[in-house]
Design a protein around this ligand. Structure first.
Ligand code: GLU
Length: 349
């Protein structure tokens, strides 16, 4: 009897220690970008993005195996200038599956830096899990002297393994910083420290440990009502850029092509050039939703500022830049065409 009790105790202790020692299960989804880029010379700035496969990326950072049980898959291998709605839908569905059905503890996505902010924001609205999802990329190709990809990948995996990373929504981990999806923007064309947060970073990674300093307050992931499970395409939304003496032709082209929505990257507080305004008003009256955002990199586009949104039934993008306003408008239009409800989404997300 005593022997049996002792054996059972040893067994329970073994199970507990195995459970405690089990490493987090992390999946890496590779999509391409400079992190998988190859140059003819290690000192050249000319290179082709999306050349190196997932296994090569993981093998370049063997240290991640000390942190986690890491495996990977290649979703696409493109420069993120070629990112599109189809890949977003595929990616969101796959991340949901990995976190909610296949028992993964976190997902790392390797991605080009050009459109990383849009993909991150799209995922923050369409992934329904409080487990961490982190995007990493690099500014220098994998063959460059001092390539920044391996450190970003290592830090990203380290952050995913950290229990404090749950519930912050989707983030990017670049240049040691953790920046949430809504705030994230690319601020410089070539600098390794290109990624900034409109409201600063929410944390950082140091010596393989994540430290959080603030919390996103907008609705995301588990609190998002947008669902792409049954979608195989997204509404068509285009962006029109504002400038002095602007031509109304791009706005008119979107109207002619029967786009569902148009985002204005307006001047100042989301203002239109007068000719563009006239076409926008006609578009609105024909059922196309207009969202006013701004080409100014920081600061809100205010509701009923110089433009009377309530009168024209336009929507103000508030804290979203044009490219992210496009993402939210696409998802909003999968649920409603009521401009007031869409404005509410822009307040909450
Ligand atoms: N244009 C490429 C991309 O976004 C390279 C930029 C990068 O990854 O840094 O994939």
């Amino acid at each position: 009897m005593r022997n049996l009790r002792f054996t059972m105790l040893v067994f329970v202790a073994l199970v507990i220690s195995i459970t405690l020692c089990a490493k987090p299960k992390i999946r890496i989804i590779a999509t391409g970008g400079t992190i998988a880029g190859v140059a003819a010379s290690s000192s050249s700035s000319a290179y082709t993005a999306g050349q190196v496969g997932i296994q090569t990326l993981i093998d370049a950072v063997p240290q991640v195996k000390d942190l986690a049980e890491v495996s990977g898959e290649q979703l696409v291998n493109i420069g993120s200038q070629d990112m599109n709605d189809q890949v977003w839908l595929k990616l969101a569905k796959r991340v949901n599956q990995l976190l909610n059905a296949e028992g993964y503890d976190g997902v790392l996505i390797t991605h080009g830096t050009d459109t990383m902010e849009e993909t991150a924001y799209f995922l923050s609205l369409t992934v329904h899990s409080d487990k961490p999802v982190i995007l990493v990329g690099s500014m220098r190709p994998s063959t460059a002297i001092s390539a920044d990809g391996p450190a970003n990948l290592y830090n990203g995996v380290a952050a995913l393994c950290d229990p404090t990373s749950k519930g912050h929504g989707v983030m990017a981990c670049m240049n040691n910083m953790l920046i949430d999806a809504k705030s994230l923007y690319k601020s410089h064309t070539t600098d390794c420290a290109t990624f900034k947060g409109t409201y600063g970073q929410i944390g950082y990674v140091y010596n393989g440990k994540a430290y959080y300093t603030s919390e996103p307050t907008y609705r995301h992931t588990t609190r998002s009502e947008f669902n792409v499970d049954n979608l195989d395409k997204l509404p068509q939304v285009g962006i029109v850029y504002g400038y002095a003496n602007a031509s109304a032709l791009p706005m008119q082209a979107f109207v002619n092509a029967k786009f569902d929505g148009i985002v204005l990257a307006g001047v100042g507080d989301g203002n239109f050039y007068k000719d563009v305004f006239d076409v926008a008003l006609k578009a609105r009256n024909s059922g196309i939703q207009i969202v006013r955002s701004s080409r100014v990199p920081t600061g809100p586009t205010c509701l009923n500022g110089e433009v009377d949104d309530s009168k024209y039934h336009f929507v103000a993008a508030l804290n979203l830049n044009p490219q992210k306003a496009r993402v939210l408008l696409q998802l909003a239009l999968t649920k409603t065409h009521d401009w007031q409800q869409i404005q509410k989404y822009f307040q909450e997300y």
